[in-house]
Design a protein around this ligand. Structure first.
Ligand SMILES: C=C1C[C@]23C[C@@]1(O)CC[C@H]2[C@@]12CCC[C@@](C)(C(=O)O1)[C@H]2[C@@H]3C(=O)O
Ligand SMILES: O=C(O)CCC(=O)C(=O)O
Ligand SMILES: [Fe+2]
Length: 375
């Protein structure tokens, strides 16, 4: 059985015990994490303030368009998910990761398998290990999946499944509403969507393919040298990230190069690479990473939405207009392979599927295309 990368780093016991670590070992020590300054992205941060979209605002679609074009990320308010549910999700996840390692390892994700306990794909693309644990789940197979952790299907199991299913139900409803806002932001009205096969397929299938990735970032004795999640863009259409009360997500922005700390509390929406392709580059995906801290362990949940793995994604006719498609057609499955290559070369996966790489301008403001993964 092959172990997830971070778990295999310590040859003495085959997993790394974060709770017992008094310092960051060489295996988990990253260079150059603070090459660029870190600034606060709170509401009063002027041009560094991460955009906020209130779903209840009659002009929400305009705000979605602006934020998706200029940042590729926004904080979502007015979504109606009770904070009490989000607190239960957080407590449930913290409880699951607090289980003894051998119990979690029963659900270890196997090579080539999409779901299970273990670090995300991108963790295996770096030689250094991250200060985190992960669990990837499909809501469709949640109960069967979690029986691997809790074979007795007792009270803890039932409670965790109930909480995560309720979270999924509510997130799915928010995703449907946000999809309508995204389409309105692109100038596509309901009748047009129904009439155009590609758009109809996207709207209908997106919430069937949800993947949840649970992240656990333990307290770290030397947080400036360790990293919770490697710098990346999400690859699907869009992702919701719930990061409760402990901050940790940072966004990379150009002009000047800096990391913007995302304030905790609200639901975060990240535009993914396939959405950038679909909108012919109008909406931009954003590089982000997760840092760790000394005083608090942190939980986050990423709720990834995208097309079925083998559906072809190409720039929408309406987004291309009289211009040219900026990207070739790709499936999500193909794109994940391209992204792995991009990590190996330090390049940009979007650029690798771009039809006119020379047209990209790498200078300028934060919305510009970034052709290398920022360190
Ligand atoms: C649906 C998915 C998006 C994801 C790959 C995956 O198949 C399941 C895990 C997701 C995740 C979570 C952490 C960061 C990320 C880049 C990774 O390696 O695994 C994302 C993937 C993605 O957005 O490409
Ligand atoms: O934990 C975070 O803040 C980031 C998580 C993330 O980017 C992801 O799971 O895709
Ligand atoms: Fe992400």
């Amino acid at each position: 059985m092959s172990a997830p990368s971070q778990l295999s780093k310590d040859p003495r016991n085959n997993y790394f015990d974060f709770g017992a670590a008094r310092q960051v070992p060489e295996t988990h020590m990253w260079e150059g994490l603070y090459e660029h300054p870190v600034v606060d992205g709170g509401v009063r941060a002027g041009e560094d303030a991460v955009p906020v979209v209130d779903m209840q605002d009659p002009r929400a679609a305009e705000a979605v368009a602006r934020a998706s074009e200029q940042w590729g990320v926004f904080l979502l308010e007015g979504h109606g998910i009770p904070s009490e549910l989000l607190a239960r999700v957080e407590a449930g996840i913290a409880g699951m990761f607090a289980l003894p390692t051998p119990e979690k390892m029963r659900a270890e994700r196997q090579d080539g398998e999409p779901y299970g306990y273990g670090l995300p794909h991108i963790a295996s693309y770096s030689s250094k290990a991250t200060w985190s644990e992960g669990y990837t789940l499909s809501p469709a197979s949640l109960r069967a999946e979690l029986r691997r952790v809790w074979p007795d299907a007792g009270e803890d199991y039932r409670h965790f499944c109930d909480v995560m299913e309720e979270f999924h139900r509510q997130m799915r409803a928010v995703a449907d509403k946000l999809t309508v806002l995204f389409l309105a932001a692109l100038g596509l009205a309901g009748e047009q969507i129904a009439a155009v096969e590609a758009e109809r397929k996207i709207v209908e299938t997106m919430s069937e393919t949800v993947t949840m990735h649970l992240n656990w970032y333990p307290k770290c004795p030397d947080p400036k040298r360790a990293l919770g999640m490697t710098t990346h863009t999400d690859s699907g259409f869009f992702t919701f990230v719930m990061q409760s009360h402990v901050p940790g997500m940072q966004l990379f922005r150009r002009g000047p190069d800096r990391w913007v700390g995302v304030p905790p509390g609200a639901l975060i929406v990240n535009i993914g690479d396939l959405f950038q392709i679909l909108t012919n580059g109008r909406f931009r995906s954003a590089y982000h990473r997760a840092v760790v801290n000394r005083d608090n362990a942190r939980v986050s949940v990423a709720y990834h939405l995208g097309p079925p793995a083998d559906v072809k994604v190409a720039p929408l006719r309406e987004a291309v207009g009289a211009g040219k498609p900026a990207y070739r057609t790709v499936t999500w499955r193909e794109y994940i392979v391209v992204r792995k290559e991009a990590f190996a070369t330090g390049g940009s996966a979007l650029e690798m599927v771009s039809l006119s790489p020379d047209d990209h301008d790498d200078e300028g403001d934060g919305a510009d295309h970034i052709s290398e993964i920022p360190s």
